[in-house]
Design a protein around this ligand. Structure first.
Ligand SMILES: [Zn+2]
Length: 456
């Protein structure tokens, strides 16, 4: 009961006081708050959501006896279950929905109430304040809106935090660049590939001093950070780790330790699944304050490591390492979520391809390169490129919008028939962006075909 009262007080705090509270709450109390919120979420979900009610019944789980996530044994919630029947998770009437693409080709739908959106805005506002955004700062919000959550969530955070802002959405970076001086923006928020494109423009056309660039939704290439700091005349470059399922982000970077994240372990109960000998495993989390569509032991598919030793910066609480990869075939690249089924759909309507293909993601400097390796007997390569371009535009306009914005480059690499598949199994998507040089070399030497490379 006391923890219910605590939550009521927390809900009413300003972002500044919430960030102060986060910094000042001792570890033992965080644990108590987290456990109490977990139990309440579990009972709430078991009583109201058909999905959880059936799942617990079939496993003989009594939600009133469960104290912590580990007491649920082998029960986990998967992205496929959410994609298959999202409304079965609902515990209360929603007022807004966001989507996220997944490997099944079926978008996940995540529902929220107005009150939850306000609450997530408050949490995000406190999070970005911890990262150095003050109420008097002026923020260009270039996160994507449309069906996705980052733009809207950031907007709620800025409204709650009181910063002056413009809700650009993911527009051509030139549009934001032209307005930096007009509105005296000193903080820019957007996806890392988009921020890199903006920085390229500023490097060429002239920059203004920025205080902070904040990225999310994909990884930031580490070698981009010093370059961005230099171009923007000493700006800090920080990242959040979030997703539509998380709502407010789990991970923030309030200090200069930017090779991982500080974890919001009061709004989420993080766990690690199947950790290897280095401590890396799949991040699993339970949302602790959501009442419309709570996610219990949700498998994020992201591979990371939880760090319990305190950070040198003095901010208390759990941390996590930077993401090391995915447990499924999803690759977060080129400003979106890409998965094999997408490319199957793209290639199947293009004549003259063998059906064998591989997508390789690489970095050239800070620029992302998406290489489409295909087998073909065609020699009208320019027409083939146009065919692929047309098929991409029809099936995945968002991907081609990102290509048009210049945030990645797409290249077609043609191979003779029968040369891409060298074994029984083929890895359709190979992400070499953060791979050690040896792995890149191994892939190059493993190729047994004459390649011909063309820019699309
Ligand atoms: Zn720190």
């Amino acid at each position: 009961m006391i923890w219910l009262a605590v939550d009521k007080v927390v809900d009413g705090l300003s972002p500044r006081n919430l960030s102060r509270l986060y910094n000042a709450t001792p570890g033992w109390m965080v644990t108590r708050i987290r456990d109490a919120r977990f139990r309440r979420t579990l009972r709430w979900a078991a009583e109201r959501s058909p999905f959880y009610r059936e799942a617990f019944k079939s496993r003989n789980i009594d939600p009133y006896r469960v104290r912590r996530p580990a007491d649920l044994g082998d029960f986990f919630t998967t992205p496929d279950q959410v994609a298959a029947d999202p409304e079965k998770f609902l515990c209360a009437p929603p007022s807004i929905v966001f989507e996220s693409s997944g490997t099944s080709g079926k978008n996940k739908k995540i529902f929220y109430s107005r009150a939850e959106l306000d609450q997530m805005g408050q949490i995000m506002a406190a999070g970005i304040m911890l990262m150095g955004v003050d109420p008097q700062d002026r923020v260009a919000n270039a996160f994507d809106f449309s069906m996705w959550i980052p733009g809207m969530l950031t907007h709620y955070a800025l409204m709650t935090g009181g910063q002056f802002c413009m809700a650009f959405g993911k527009v051509d970076p030139v549009e934001v660049y032209r307005r930096l001086r007009t509105y005296r923006f000193n903080v820019v928020m957007g996806e890392p590939t988009w921020l890199i494109r903006l920085t390229e423009i500023a490097e060429r056309e002239g920059s203004v001093p920025l205080k902070l660039l904040i990225g999310a939704a994909e990884e930031m290439p580490p070698n981009a950070v010093p370059w961005m700091k230099k171009v923007w005349q000493g700006a800090q470059v920080r990242m959040c780790y979030g997703s539509v399922e998380q709502g407010s982000a789990i991970g923030f970077q309030p200090c200069n330790q930017t090779d991982g994240y500080h974890v919001d372990d009061t709004d989420f109960y993080p766990e690690l699944m199947d950790a290897d000998s280095d401590g890396f495993g799949e991040l699993v989390y339970t949302t602790l304050r959501r009442r419309v569509m709570p996610l219990i032991r949700y498998r994020s598919r992201d591979v990371t490591r939880l760090i319990h030793e305190p950070c040198t910066c003095g901010v208390p609480g759990m941390r996590m390492d930077r993401l090391r990869g995915r447990r499924d075939e999803l690759v977060v690249a080129s400003g979106g979520n890409l998965y094999p089924l997408m490319f199957e759909n793209i290639f199947k309507s293009v004549p003259g391809l063998s059906g064998e293909w591989q997508i390789i993601f690489r970095l050239e400097g800070v620029r992302e390169i998406l290489e489409m390796h295909v087998e073909t007997h065609r020699d009208d390569i320019e027409v083939l490129e146009k065919d692929i371009h047309r098929s991409c535009t029809q099936a995945y306009p968002d991907l081609m919008k990102n290509l048009a914005l210049g945030i990645f480059q797409m290249r077609l690499v043609t191979h003779p028939q029968g040369s891409i598949r060298t074994g029984r199994k083929i890895r359709r998507m190979v992400d070499l962006r953060y791979a050690p040089a040896a792995a890149v070399e191994e892939l190059r030497s493993g190729s047994n075909s004459e390649e011909v490379e063309h820019a699309i």
